[in-house]
Design a protein around this ligand. Structure first.
Ligand code: NDP
Length: 317
């Protein structure tokens, strides 16, 4: 029989929002349990320099920021644990989380499972993940040393990845599917000013070449205006095309929007069929499709923890 434990609050996810919630819940003496998912530390843990988090005038490396947050959360009594949930029951109270080895009853739940990298979903791309196709420049940049590579996307992620990858690659080509760049002007200007970064606009990737060799040999590209197809010889393709929310486990348990983001009311309250589920909150990138910043994730994590505190006070903790 799995062991049964009871908690005041459980936080699902250990990115910026989950850890901020843990710091606040910890300081309220709630001894929060943080269950780290399949991407511990979230997106910040695979990013490079974070230049826009207030308080770090020279910027801070994403993994260092996350490590600091973890230390801060554990200092206030948060417990961090690696676990994957096999089931979640929000119909009974306390809510029931099953890890397979343990059943956790919790009076409140904060969902902070974030978002994961988006893929093009081409069969050739999927076949070559780990063989020259990557969504994590920080993790795999080193393997692109001395090579000509491509970065897909036109947002800040793509610009940041491309700039980072110039440390390793001999040439970086950014491929954007439209003429319009979604990235902030400062990032775009920096990338455009770099001598080793080239841009290809209004172009889609039709195929990643090299499936048989199990090694990226190039990209078959298509110019959307002319319909012309041609091969760009590169040895690596990095994706920087945004993220999708990690909310599949919550389908049917809480309301999601058409793209799978958790819909919240009054900022962080989860709902089912439009009605607030008392004691269940969502914060960070899993419910924020608009801002998606580390600082907004931290802000909503704080809000979720304050709601937990209020709920437990009102329900005679
Ligand atoms: P964005 O949603 O801003 O940009 C995604 C990019 O990928 C767009 O150019 C989009 O094209 C393209 N894209 C999406 N799907 C596909 C597809 N299937 N095929 C080809 N291209 C595709 O995501 P980001 O991850 O870049 O940024 C998210 C947020 O994080 C932003 O708010 C950004 O400012 C922030 N950020 C900040 C950083 C910093 O300050 N250092 C670093 C990284 C991110 P289209 O425009 O045609 O939809």
């Amino acid at each position: 029989m799995p062991e049964i434990t009871t908690r005041d609050t459980v936080i699902l996810g250990s990115g910026c929002s989950g850890l901020t919630a843990a710091i606040y819940a910890g300081r309220s003496n709630l001894k929060p349990l943080v269950l780290e998912g399949h991407e511990p530390g979230g997106q910040l843990s695979i990013t490079t320099l974070v230049e826009n988090f207030p308080g770090w005038p020279e910027g801070i490396q994403g993994p260092e920021l996350i490590e600091n947050m973890k230390k801060q959360a554990t200092r206030f009594g948060a417990e961090l644990r690696m676990a994957h949930l096999s089931s979640i029951d929000l119909t009974k109270h306390p809510f029931e989380l099953n890890t397979g080895k343990e059943i956790i009853h919790t009076r409140t739940l904060i969902i902070a499972s974030g978002a994961s990298a988006r893929w093009l979903n081409l069969p050739s791309e999927q076949a070559l993940i780990g063989y020259g196709v990557s969504s994590c420049a920080t993790c795999d940049g080193f393997f692109a040393s001395g090579k000509e590579i491509a970065v897909i996307g036109g947002g800040d992620s793509a610009m940041e990845e491309a700039l980072f990858l110039t440390r390793f690659a001999s040439k970086v080509t950014i491929i954007n599917r439209t003429e319009r760049f979604r990235s902030s002007p400062i990032m775009l200007e920096r990338a455009m000013a770099h001598p080793n970064i080239k841009f290809v606009s209004n172009t889609t990737v039709e195929e990643v070449l090299g499936v048989e060799e199990k090694d990226v040999k190039g990209l078959r590209l298509k110019n959307r205006a002319s319909g012309e197809e041609y091969v760009l010889p590169v040895s690596f393709m990095f994706l920087g095309i945004g993220h999708i929310p990690n909310a599949h486990a919550f389908k049917g348990l809480v309301d999601l929007d058409e793209d799978g983001y958790i819909l919240t009311q009054q900022d962080v309250h989860c709902t089912l069929d439009g009605k607030i589920i008392p004691g269940v909150y969502a914060c960070g990138d899993i419910q924020d499709r608009r801002y998606r910043q580390a600082i907004t994730a931290a802000g909503s994590g704080c809000m979720a923890a304050l709601e937990v505190e209020k709920y437990l006070e009102e329900h005679g903790r």
